[in-house]
Design a protein around this ligand. Structure first.
Ligand SMILES: C[S@@+](CC[C@H](N)C(=O)[O-])C[C@H]1O[C@@H](n2cnc3c(N)ncnc32)[C@H](O)[C@@H]1O
Length: 241
């Protein structure tokens, strides 16, 4: 059975209000301790920059960037996540524009942004190539495209690490859907993402494989130990030529 963008968006739309609120204003543990520090290291000073947060979910990062002085647009297709983000903006205005759209098919954003950020989104999208093209086309020339993924080389979950103490890699070359909390995400070899960037005329600038500080495991528990040894996430910074 082929899984479409619409199927994935419908699955995200099944999230409950408490799931959505649980992400708070800084995201979950992985975002707080691994993804956010790496994203901000790649972003640098965001003041006065025009940024697209592509697949913004409930908008924690969108709001954070706006509070730092960026002019931000959040794009999110799943109605309940989009509505939460929009309600937050109505309650506490930060000047954010929200769009409800599918990144693979939306038009009208071309050449507008200094930076496009897509945090943990592209591996969830079946038509990821079209989604990446939208991100790149939305940039001004010289603009930055920053995205994070579940690390395509070491995707096995942290729960498995707790049980075994190592990460298993099987069928790396086989693109496939993997069942997860909100339906499916998609394994693809790392080269699928990197070659598309290059093919679309981007310059590869930097990647970060965030590593967890071992002292945090002592504090927060062994379920986080895997990230001290094997990266669970990969962040890529490319620049539109
Ligand atoms: C793992 S969440 C990440 C959300 C947010 N970026 C964050 O870090 O909290 C993945 C998000 O991608 C969105 N998404 C799924 N398919 C999409 C598509 N075709 N276009 C844009 N966003 C999509 C989901 O609705 C969900 O909000």
């Amino acid at each position: 059975m082929e899984i479409t963008n619409a199927d994935v968006i419908a699955q995200w739309n099944s999230a409950t209000q408490s799931d959505i609120e649980r992400h708070g204003d800084e995201g979950d543990f992985a975002r707080q301790h691994l993804l956010n520090p790496a994203l901000f290291a790649l972003l640098g000073d965001v003041r006065d920059k025009h940024i697209l947060d592509a697949g913004c979910g409930q908008g924690y990062l969108t709001r954070w960037l706006a509070r730092l002085g960026a002019r931000v647009t959040g794009l999110e297709p799943a109605t309940n996540w989009y509505h939460y983000a929009l309600e937050r903006e109505q309650r506490e205005p930060l000047g954010i524009t929200y769009l409800q759209a599918d990144l693979s098919t939306c038009a009208g954003l071309e050449g507008q942004f200094d930076c496009v950020i897509s945090n943990m989104v592209l591996m969830d999208i079946p038509a990821y190539q079209a989604a990446m093209r939208t991100c790149i086309q939305a940039l001004k020339s010289g603009g930055d495209f920053i995205f994070s993924l579940t690390h395509p080389c070491f995707e096995e979950s942290s729960t498995e690490w707790e049980r075994k103490g190592y990460v298993e890699v099987r069928a790396y070359f086989q693109e496939r859907a993997i069942q997860s909390g909100y339906g499916y995400w998609f394994h693809r070899p790392l080269s699928s993402y990197l070659n598309l960037l290059i093919h679309e005329g981007c310059i590869f600038k930097q990647m970060i494989e965030p590593q967890l500080d071992a002292t945090l495991v002592a504090h927060y528990g062994r379920q986080h130990e895997r990230n001290v040894h094997v990266p669970q996430f990969l962040l890529i910074h490319a620049q539109k030529a």
